[in-house]
Design a protein. Structure first.
Length: 174
């Protein structure tokens, strides 16, 4: 998008309450991400936040803010995945108090993720969530952004089908 398109989009969305909530959430995210590699981005076993990871990576590069470059945490990274795509859930277990765990979970985070996030919070990590409805994960988060269901899939791509068939791409607004 060029600057004119961005300006027009901002004007169009100016009256939408979700826009203000999203801006507030983005400010918290900017303040929370303090160390390069310390923004841990995780989804659910069936939906990994690839689109969100790409946007954060771009923002990190364009704004010269390496602390915004996300570490994508995956449920089952393939053994042959490149290093930046081979980070599993055990990374959340090693979270430090200077790091942020950003959970993109639709409407329900699995118990296994809830336990890890709860432990990370006890250590002192900052917890941010983007969900479609109030859920158990929102109770332990420092900051929550609730996205209406019709917009929920933006930023999330379902995993490929087991037989390697095409992915069931989520609805994306560009």
């Amino acid at each position: 998008m060029d600057s004119t398109a961005v300006r027009l989009l901002r004007e169009l969305l100016a009256g939408d309450p979700l826009m203000g909530q999203t801006q507030d959430f983005a400010r918290v995210l900017n303040r929370s991400a303090t160390t390069p590699g310390g923004l841990l981005l995780v989804g659910t076993p069936t939906q990994e936040p690839w689109h969100m990871a790409a946007h954060l990576d771009d923002e990190s590069r364009l704004a010269a803010m390496p602390e915004l470059k996300p570490t994508l945490v995956r449920w089952q990274p393939p053994a042959d995945a490149p290093p930046h795509l081979s980070i599993g859930l055990e990374r959340i277990e090693r979270t430090t108090r200077k790091e942020t765990v950003f959970v993109v979970a639709g409407d329900q985070a699995p118990d296994e993720l809830l336990e890890r996030v709860f432990d990370a919070k006890k250590i002192g990590a900052r917890i941010l969530t983007m969900v479609t409805a109030e859920a158990e994960i929102t109770e332990m988060a420092h900051e929550v952004l609730i996205i209406p269901d019709e917009d929920a899939a933006a930023g999330v791509r379902e995993k490929p089908l087991p037989d390697g068939a095409a992915t069931a791409d989520a609805h994306e607004k560009s």
